[in-house]
Design a binder for this molecule. Structure first.
Ligand SMILES: NC(=O)c1ccc[n+]([C@@H]2O[C@H](COP(=O)([O-])OP(=O)(O)OC[C@H]3O[C@@H](n4cnc5c(N)ncnc54)[C@H](OP(=O)(O)O)[C@@H]3O)[C@@H](O)[C@H]2O)c1
Length: 289
């Protein structure tokens, strides 16, 4: 029996439809301010794509680009965005230069406009299972689980990776008493010994590591579900670069029940989730007016 390929596009399309309906219902003018510091081609590409997709949905994206900026200058910029009622949401593109303390920056963004879910108030509410902005990639994993009707209750879910943006929030969400939670969760990281002892037990395996093709078929359980959030650029023999996940897709395809492709899986949902957050934020601001 061939495995089900959990494509991201239909998931993204269904979120886009809801987002468009929200904009129309309340005649919203959602605006996202993106602050980007320095030159990182991957970041610039990502941000341009957000602007393009935003335009299609009727969401304005204002790019605030800085060659360089110090911490005080960046705090000032963020505070201005916090106070500007025409800006619904704020995103600070990472990585930031070394002179900028990310922890300080995350705590400065207004929690109501923090669509990446990085402010400690949002992170705390996520931990408590209360309303908040969830980091977009972690939420994309949940959206895929929901869209394809994957049952999490009483399942053993193994998350590989413990970053604040993917591994930790998704592990936490699977623990909640909710239709996409109620799981038993194990979290692995770079100091986990004999990682295959854990991955082999996973009914659902979620990876967010950043190591190309690290998970091989010997490391997974028969008929498991794999959600691969990893996006790793590798160079091919013909010198053309390509992207692969943390899971060796071809190797694992016949052994698992379902798997997200890379590209075309989790990554193709993330921007749509971000834009949906912008609209949620715009709606909240309009209600307060
Ligand atoms: N799909 C999307 O939209 C999206 C968005 C953002 C990022 N990504 C991708 O997701 C991946 C992870 O991103 P991230 O921001 O979470 O990365 P990160 O902050 O570097 O975290 C990576 C995690 O993997 C763990 N790890 C590293 N090597 C390992 C190993 N050999 N065995 C087990 N665990 C290991 C690290 O452990 P320690 O904590 O011990 O260091 C860390 O917890 C990357 O490929 C990134 O490109 C995808």
């Amino acid at each position: 029996m061939s495995s089900l390929v959990l494509k991201g596009k239909p998931v993204a399309n269904s979120i886009k439809k809801i987002t468009e309906e929200m904009i129309a219902a309340d005649d919203l003018k959602p605006t996202l301010a993106v602050i980007i510091v320095g030159h990182d081609p991957a970041s610039e590409y990502y941000v341009e794509n957000i602007a393009k997709q935003g335009e299609k949905l009727g969401i304005a994206v204002i790019l605030k680009k800085f060659e360089s900026i110090d911490l005080a200058g960046l705090i000032h910029e963020i505070k201005q965005c916090n106070e500007n009622d025409n800006i619904s949401a704020i995103m600070i593109q990472k990585p930031l230069p070394k002179n900028i303390d990310e922890k300080v920056i995350n705590s400065i963004i207004s929690p109501d406009k923090d669509v990446d879910g990085l402010n400690p108030l949002n992170a705390g509410n996520l931990y408590l299972g209360q309303e908040c902005f969830i980091p977009c990639t972690a939420e994309s994993v949940l959206e895929i689980i929901k869209f394809y009707g994957i049952q999490t209750q009483s399942k053993h879910i193994v998350v590989v990776g413990r970053s604040n943006v993917i591994g930790k929030p998704i592990a936490n969400l699977f623990l909640h008493k909710s239709p996409t939670g109620d799981a038993t969760v194990t979290v692995c990281h770079s100091k986990t010994k004999n990682i295959e002892n854990y991955t082999k037990q996973a009914d659902i395996l979620v990876t967010a590591v950043g190591r190309p093709n690290m998970i091989k078929k010997e490391m997974i359980k028969e008929n498991c579900v794999i959600i691969d959030a990893g996006i790793n650029e590798i160079s091919k023999e013909n010198d053309k670069n390509t992207f692969v996940g943390d899971v060796d897709y071809q190797d694992c395809l016949d052994k698992c029940e379902a798997i997200t492709p890379v590209p075309g899986g989790v990554g193709s949902v993330t921007t749509t989730v971000l834009l949906h957050h912008v609209v949620r934020s715009a709606k909240k601001i309009k209600k307060k007016e």
